[in-house]
Design a protein around this ligand. Sequence first.
Ligand SMILES: Nc1ncnc2c1ncn2[C@@H]1O[C@H](COP(=O)(O)OP(=O)(O)OP(=O)(O)O)[C@@H](O)[C@H]1O
Length: 500
Amino acid sequence: MAGRKSSPSADQPAGVATAAGLQRREAATADAGDAAVQAVLSSLSTFCVARVPAGDRLCVALSGGRDSLVLLDALQRLALPNALSALHVNHGLSPHAADWACFCADFCAARAIPLQVIELAPIASDGEGLEAAARRQRYAAFARCAADWLALAHHRDDQAETLLLRLLRGAGVAGAGGMPAERALHADPAPAGGSPARAPRLIRPLLDLPRATLTAYAGHFGLRWIEDESNADCRHRRNFIRHRILPPLSSVFPGGSAALARATGHFAEAALLLDELAQLDRERLAPAGGRLSLAALNSLTDARARNLLRHEMRCAGLPAADARWLEEARRQLASTRATAETCVALPAGSLRVFRGELYVLPRLPPLPSALPWSFDGDAVLDWGGRRLLLRRTIGAGISLARLAEGAAHFALRCGGERLQPDARRPRRSLKNLLQEQAVPPWQRERLPLLWCGGQLVWAAGIGVDAAFACAAGEAGVQLDWEGLSSAAVVASPLASSSAN
Ligand SMILES: Nc1ncnc2c1ncn2[C@@H]1O[C@H](COP(=O)(O)OP(=O)(O)OP(=O)(O)O)[C@@H](O)[C@H]1O
């Protein structure tokens, strides 16, 4: 658990011993230490050589605890053909936080390893604890790290604990797959006009090694580390499993922890197969990446339909839904007529049916009620979590001269708007135009509209009013809402992700 650590410590041999006993034990410890060093270095080398190309930048997420120190120490000893650095995140949650950052700085300085310390002040959002907020922000900081690979020091016993924790929380096959050895991290969206930062890939090179091996390695080299005082607190569920469940379990099932960690691999493989089945179903029912129809979904067996729904939700960036939510969603969709407009609520979004087709919608960020118009050149604005692009043009889009004639601003629909996108046809109600373009009702309420002097100039998904259209050779501006200057508006917000 990253968060509360006390002062640096090293492993102390327990108990009193005779000189001969002590010698025997020292010899045995030395053997165990040698074996542990071998195990760590060869496992780490195999892992990194297979995944991290020479020349890539490799950074270790350094909490100051034993495991991440072992990882950094071992990587330096291996002298791989990669620039090695470390990253410490200081959450500032503990009175000792500054000491931990200093400890990491001293450790890295003594070894000439560049260290970046990121200071955070976690703020919990709705229903989130402070530890969860710290974790979320820590992973966001990891995604901003200037490296190609970011290595975390989770080990095999962490994996076993994670499996038990997740099963007890009701995880399904994918959740029981545990922490992956490698996955993508997602950087924040690019600032207006900027190119998106490239996030490193997260790796866990120690995932196959037991905690005891890392302890023996640290003992062999006399490493000192910071002990997390909260690791002993069994009010935390993970600690309860670590101290009260796994030790007695291992005394009856000596390889129990390893078997649990192995089971995550079986679950991960099963999850992969289920995903492949969902993709096959999708390709068969909605060829060429088209939208899934309700009728097609309802032609599947219950289990297969739920599997496909789970897949669709993941593709839309929604967190995995509890089995009960999925069952309820399946039940409601199975009893829906293909023509009806249905909305099934999900914990972080909704499933909607419109004109017989299925839409998976993440909960969308709030919209501004209005936004003043200003145009000094190409720009990207945020409108409800999606990009509103303003591009200078000649002879296309909205006439800048006409726009300058009145006060202009963006606003939401409030009903009764009229627009004349085609000068040869009469002015029409926006509602009618949106229906004609098959823009789903929930999207109609989110579209940005541009007004000037009390007149509607432009509606996302529809186009420009003829009175404001740019003449040939005239300076103009082209507006796009996430690439949608007309029709078909999709519902995905700007990318976000959270996973282990
Ligand atoms: N504050 C932090 N700064 C940088 N990396 C961190 C931080 N907290 C955790 N990590 C990374 O995440 C891994 C898992 O975190 P976890 O909280 O389980 O471990 P820990 O007990 O804090 O530290 P360790 O695993 O190094 O003993 C760590 O091994 C480390 O690589």
